[in-house]
Design a protein around this ligand. Structure first.
Ligand SMILES: Cc1cc2nc3c(=O)[nH]c(=O)nc-3n(C[C@H](O)[C@H](O)[C@H](O)COP(=O)(O)O)c2cc1C
Length: 414
């Protein structure tokens, strides 16, 4: 019987423990969590989502305050077209977040940056170029392109000195999307270094419609494996979504995956950025408490706990401070939903918006409890304390449990 440690994720001569902790924005996959994964010989992700805010929190910058002040006059204007990110601030925030994490790295593993295309920041190309280039400038070992097709992302950084050295990967949920990406980037003569194949049980946004339950990761992996073989492309595939035990991981590794990307089990680790109260909500959840809905303004379905404060919340849009989902023309579907409810209930002090949510504010405040489908099993990974709460785990414990466990066993904390 094999365990994950019998396998290695290989890039040339470099060998890694084939466990990748997935990116979880906004600062849910903290630098501390990513650094543990790297120290233990695997890969950890940090995310550049809302990086100005993350920088303010960790490095005492004032990027959010400065932007809010600049656009204060626009707060009651539903048209957000004039709101723009200062590209210099964005570059500086990215360099601080990524650079400090890279400097703190110990051990043989790597740190990759999760970069979501759907954070269009009211200037999709310009901001994406700055985010990607600044992450490379700051020394990121790799960048994982996610939440979008990323058809022009490679092109945006083709002139960067690290374009061919840093690892660049992409998350896909279907063979079709991968084919489009490869075709579009053919002229650059630069293949992705790895492909994360994310199935429908993952946390965060899903690369599926509301019919996600019809799909399964093993089938998509098999299709993509065959396609790459037929094209004679040797690109490591990393399976993601619903891999809860070391044994689950081994099943994918034995079928040709080069690694697994996991996240949900780390949401209840001490190093995870979620507040303690939210971690307890994840532990307590039962299967019926986990829903996939369309409240994210990105247009992608998102999985979350049913009791998440973001559902039904009617906050005033806060694009003057944040605005990460503005589409380039000053629009976000939450603004429309919010204004519709305000007009329908002119005399009410607080309103509820059911169909969309102010994702920036809620992700920033950790009040959108996005989670993977296996969250309801987290309670089986720990002990209950005397006060009835669940014991959070060290990231090292969870990582080692994936790495060494056999026979579907889950090691409880000591
Ligand atoms: C709380 C949470 C937040 C996530 N946020 C992101 C994100 O910001 N960007 C992204 O590409 N994937 C995100 N994901 C997906 C994970 O990176 C990962 O691929 C997936 O959840 C793995 O499946 P598992 O959670 O079943 O282990 C998130 C997952 C969770 C659980």
């Amino acid at each position: 019987m094999k365990c994950v440690d019998d396998f290695r994720l290989k890039f040339g001569k470099k060998e890694l423990v084939p466990i990748i902790v997935g990116g979880m924005g906004v600062d849910i996959s903290t630098a501390a969590l990513a650094l543990e994964a790297a120290r233990l010989g695997g890969v950890g992700h940090i995310s550049d989502a809302m990086v100005n805010d993350v920088s303010d929190r960790h490095f005492d910058t004032d990027f959010v305050k400065d932007k809010s002040r600049l656009y204060k006059h626009n707060i009651n204007n539903p048209d957000k077209a004039d709101i723009h990110f200062d590209l210099g601030h964005l570059a500086e925030a990215t360099r601080l977040h990524v650079g400090n994490t890279m400097q703190a790295k110990r051990g043989d593993g790597e740190i990759w940056v999760n970069c979501m295309e759907k954070l269009t920041m009211n200037a999709p190309r310009e901001t994406l170029r700055v985010r990607l280039a600044s992450a490379l400038d700051a020394g990121a070992d790799g960048i994982t392109l996610s939440a979008g097709l990323h058809l022009s992302s490679f092109g945006l950084i083709e002139g960067h000195p690290r374009f061919r050295d840093a690892k660049l990967g992409i998350i896909v949920s279907s063979m079709r999307v991968l084919q489009i990406f490869l075709r579009k980037n053919h002229r650059l003569n630069r293949l992705p270094d790895y492909i994360v194949v994310e199935g429908p049980l993952a946390g965060g946004h899903l690369g599926f419609g509301m019919d996600w339950a019809k799909y399964d990761l093993a089938t998509i992996m098999a299709e993509i494996t065959l396609f790459l073989k037929a094209e004679q492309l040797d690109i490591p595939l990393i399976s993601a979504g619903g891999i809860f035990t070391g044994t689950d991981a081994v099943a994918f590794l034995e079928n040709g995956a080069a690694g697994v990307q996991v996240a949900t089990r780390f949401t209840v680790s001490n190093e995870c950025g979620l507040p303690a109260k939210a971690k307890q909500e994840y532990f307590k959840a039962s299967e019926e408490d986990i829903v996939v809905n369309t409240i994210s303004p990105t247009g992608y379905p998102m999985r979350m706990l049913k009791n998440t404060p973001a559902i039904g919340s009617g906050l005033r849009p806060n694009c003057e401070a944040y605005g990460y989902l503005l589409d380039g023309k000053g629009r976000c579907s939450y603004i429309n939903a919010y204004n519709r409810e305000v007009q329908a209930h002119p005399n009410e002090k607080s309103i509820s918006v059911m169909d969309k949510t102010c994702l920036c504010t809620h992700m920033r405040n950790y009040t959108c409890w996005t989670c993977g489908q296996t969250t309801y099993r987290l309670k089986d990974t720990t002990r209950r304390l005397e006060d009835g709460s669940y014991q959070t785990l060290t990231a090292e414990h969870v990582f080692h449990d994936y790495q060494f466990s056999l026979d579907q066993k889950i090691a409880l904390p000591g």
